[in-house]
Design a protein around this ligand. Sequence first.
Ligand code: IMP
Ligand code: MG
Length: 205
Amino acid sequence: MEGRVVLPELEDTVRVPSVGPLADARERDIERILISEQEIADKLRELGEQITRDYQGREPLLIGVLKGAFMLMADLSRHIRLPVEVDFMAVASYGAATKTSGVVRILKDLDHDLEGRDVLLVEDIVDSGLTLNYLLKNLRGRRPASLEVCALLKKTGIQRVHLDVKYVGFEIPPDFVVGYGLDFAERFRNVPYVGLLRPEAYRDL
Ligand code: IMP
Ligand code: MG
């Protein structure tokens, strides 16, 4: 029909993540999806709205912890309807293994001065909490006006230190996860969902 807008078939627009034999090359070794792309997107919209309300009239400084938080920072910040500034810090924690060492080294420090700023630390995951604990102490020493944390994931019941994480996307079981920024030996960061690895993939490390 003349002038008719042709909508694509719904099936073509919804990507069905494939895990297992049909997986694309980046998904090999992922056993199953724990949190889907859609669930992440919905949650980030919700968190963004909450942050927008909480920081009304202020201009928060978002600090992402590299490398794991790069995707979260990009997606979350787009749901914050306030003027924000963005900065990044890189710390070394895991290396290639799946157990935390508790040793945190700053590999890249911030460009911003934190004094008097409303700082929101953006983290991929709180596992033992040791990395976050260290970072919070370090950042508090720089005298921000306020300091809060937004973490996409928090593993339940295994934090070795008490931590106040104001914005949490999902509480998850204490299993090793990858995707949406999270790596195993630097792989899987570009997987668009959070998934569980096949145990064989990391058992020998
Ligand atoms: P924590 O110090 O034990 O809380 O762990 C801190 C860092 O370890 C996180 O910021 C992640 O980069 C990494 N990490 C912890 N758990 C996982 C996981 O399940 N998958 C991938 N990386 C993780
Ligand atoms: Mg890592």
